[in-house]
Design a protein around this ligand. Structure first.
Ligand code: CTP
Length: 418
């Protein structure tokens, strides 16, 4: 599946405007495609970006540092240790809006994946907090090697944007996958990342995730199989685009994304209380949580003993948080966007769409994401989802994609409505 390569890429119309005034770190590693990266440096500088070039030792064997210095008007950095008290990798990393690694050799991809920091390039990349665009270039065998594929996968999992490689003539005289994408494509990807990374700045997004646990006695509960991953990916995608994100999450073992405020809850009632507390400030509320629909009407203080026989448990409904948010005024901002999920046992996109529209009306939500929880590759406890997104402007069939890609598609939709 190729979806982490920005499937929903919408090219930025004005690349120069997106790059203007941005602090861009351009990391050049050792491959023949380094000469083409001079055009990337020139494009960035001509767009008005403040470009700092870092070169590895091997990169310097292909292109002289002076080329990049002349094109960017800035000193080129090559050494991890400066003279005096300076710590170049920290200075360079801080405040960067974007880092580009081009060409990215198999070795540099591996260092990034493993978190190795034994030269200026790798130490800086381990320090940056900004988005990273990587343009791999290597021989086909190296690209196709399981180690490289695994490393690239790790980078994608962490939200690094990987552009290319493409198939074409390689320096070895062969033809095949491994050729770096053209400089214009790298500039386009950079512009797109910068536009995306800002379009939710100043917005507050409240996301709920995970299942709730409704106690029966001190050791037993009514729950469901939700892992929390879908909501976590939505929180990550919104945070990456500059939103201030609060994640209200039921019991989950999945680590939440850095930079997101996390509030942990157990029951539907606790989730409702936290959501209602925060709803008034939120520009969008995304209810990805699989809230238990029923709870035990009575909660035994002591463990129910087996010898007493199977208990009779009276169930009562939990508060329907989404529905309350959708139908009662005064809880959330009138302009806010309300997003709900619909867990359905239907793999068919047509059936999912109909159920999504039905639930959108019933819950008073702006958007409903209906996902299939009946197939082994979709729904609870798996990293992929088959889903449709129903909104005021129609239904989109997203198909079977990673939860990260679905989160990006959903956040795109929310960003458009906001
Ligand atoms: N939801 C909620 N509070 C509940 C139950 C559900 O806020 N007590 C929200 C979920 O977070 C989700 C949406 O409602 O965004 C839909 O959940 P789902 O389980 O699919 O639907 P239900 O309303 O429970 O309806 P049904 O199970 O009959 O399909």
């Amino acid at each position: 599946m190729d979806d982490a390569h920005l499937p929903d890429r919408s090219p930025v119309a004005d690349v120069a405007a997106a790059l203007q005034g941005k602090k861009v770190l351009l990391c050049v590693t050792g491959g023949i495609a380094a000469y083409k990266v001079a055009y990337v440096a020139r494009g960035l500088a001509q767009s008005g970006a403040d470009v700092r070039v870092i070169m590895t030792r091997s990169a310097e064997r292909f292109v002289g540092a002076q080329t990049f210095a002349s094109l960017t008007g800035n000193k080129v950095y090559t050494e991890l240790f400066g003279e005096g008290p300076d710590v170049p990798h920290v200075e360079l990393a801080r405040g960067a809006d974007l880092a580009i690694v081009a060409p990215a050799t198999a070795n540099s991809v591996a260092k990034m994946a493993l978190g190795i920091a034994d030269d200026l390039f790798s130490a800086t990349l381990l320090t940056v907090r900004c988005p990273i665009v990587v343009a791999p270039a290597m021989h086909t065998e190296m690209w196709e090697n399981a180690a490289t594929q695994h490393n690239v996968h790790l980078l994608l999992e962490r939200g690094v944007i990987v552009v290319g490689p493409v198939s074409g003539a390689l320096s070895s005289g062969d033809e095949g996958p491994g050729r770096m994408v053209e400089p214009d494509e790298i500039l386009g990807a950079a512009a797109e990342v910068l536009v995306r990374s800002q379009d939710l700045a100043g917005k507050r997004i409240l996301v709920t995730a995970g299942g709730t646990q409704e106690p029966i006695d001190p050791v037993r509960f009514i729950g469901n199989r939700s892992s929390g991953l879908m909501g976590i990916e939505i929180a990550r995608a919104a945070h990456e685009r500059g939103a201030k994100v609060t994640l209200v999450i039921g019991p989950s073992n999945v680590p939440p994304p850095p930079g997101v405020d996390v509030i942990r809850v157990k029951t539907a009632q606790e989730m409702r209380d936290e959501v209602f507390e925060l709803a008034g400030d939120a520009d969008a509320i995304v209810k990805a949580a699989a809230v238990a629909d029923w709870r035990s009407a009575e909660h035994a203080d002591q463990k129910l003993k087996k010898a007493a026989g199977p208990p009779e448990i009276d169930l009562e409904p939990t508060p329907d948080i989404l529905s309350e948010l959708g139908h009662s005024g005064g809880i959330r901002k009138p302009t806010s966007i309300l997003v709900g999920f619909a867990a359905e046992t239907q793999p068919d996109a047509g059936a999912l769409s109909a159920l999504a529209e039905e639930k959108r009306a019933a819950k008073g939500a702006d958007i409903i994401v209906a996902n299939d929880v009946s197939s082994p590759d979709s729904g609870f406890e798996v990293p992929t989802n088959r889903a449709v997104i129903a909104g005021p402007d129609g239904v989109i069939d997203v198909g079977l994609v990673t939860k990260r890609a679905l989160a990006k598609a959903l956040v795109d939709r929310i960003a458009k409505l906001l």
